[in-house]
Design a protein around this ligand. Sequence first.
Ligand code: CA
Length: 377
Amino acid sequence: MKRRKFVAALGVGAGALAVGACNQAADSCGDGTNQGTANNSAIADKKQIYNWKLVTSWPKNLPGLGEAPERLAKIVKDMSDGRINIRVYGAGEIVPALEVFDAVSNGVSEIGHSGAYYWKGKIPAAQFFTAIPFGLTAQEINGWLHHGGGLELWRELYDDFGLIPMAGGNTGVQMAGWFNKEINSLEDMKGLKMRIPGLGGEVLKKIGGVPVTLPGGELFTALQTGTIDATEWVGPYNDLAFGLYKAAKYYYYPGWHEPGAMLEFIFNKEKFNALPADLQAILTHACRAVNQDMLDIYTAKNNDALVTLVEQHNVQLRKLPDDVLMELRKVSDEVALKVSETSPLTKRIYDSVMKFKNSVLDYHAISEQAYLNARTL
Ligand code: CA
């Protein structure tokens, strides 16, 4: 509660600062649609204040996911000495949760924060930029994106939509989800109506389940009223905040479907390209910092939240049986391959991420994996 007030106060302060600076500069400030122009000198550009909107797919200030856009706004304001003021809007405040992509593409908002797999109906390859079931971990996807050619491919994919994507956080390995019955075989997932977006949802469909995509803010009610039988969301820190334990008893792991789910910041390309170069650099590096920071938050908070779920709320923690995981992996590989056949660019993205996965598998087997095993011998 305290934190919410603090963030709200910060937002008001930022707005007030922007108005004051605009009056002094007496040029094209104020409505959030202003841009630097080619005629501006570097000095004029440095006086200009940019009041930008950021729309998200999350309830405002939601722990973890919703903290990232607020953090971006704060550090960009600090680094730019107030030249970019970003106001964050929660899901439904300007546009519904799952219309963030269109809102930024159409210039309704300058920035968006969401998950690329929500756009799979429009762009099947977008799913590869959130998570591939049994694919890359957070550490690996950051390596592929920033030093393995991933980001260039993502920019190519979004270019037709007038968008520039950047990594916007990572949850690390998620949980498999909340169920009201035990899962002992794939049979137990047949006919199951489960909220599970992206490629994981395609896998569920292939084994006879019914995948549903719902924004996070609607999960609790859907599960409690029986509109859905099961749901995945993120991990203990986020799932505790939504109170999902009140609507389902069994909490399964590991999150085979989202082993290192990456969020996205998307920028309206025209607006971004019109910024002075130093502000473009500030936004780019701020996204990079926020991307890492989200993983740091989950690493720091997930275990305490899990203890609360199990000890205070009597949640039944369960591991998916090995044979179920092996079957899910087989189906997952088939599903990802099928999606890769939807366009030449999708195939190039798939080939790039799979080549990267195979290249890190060998070394991670004798480094990360071997070490984590050794630590618990
Ligand atoms: Ca998820």
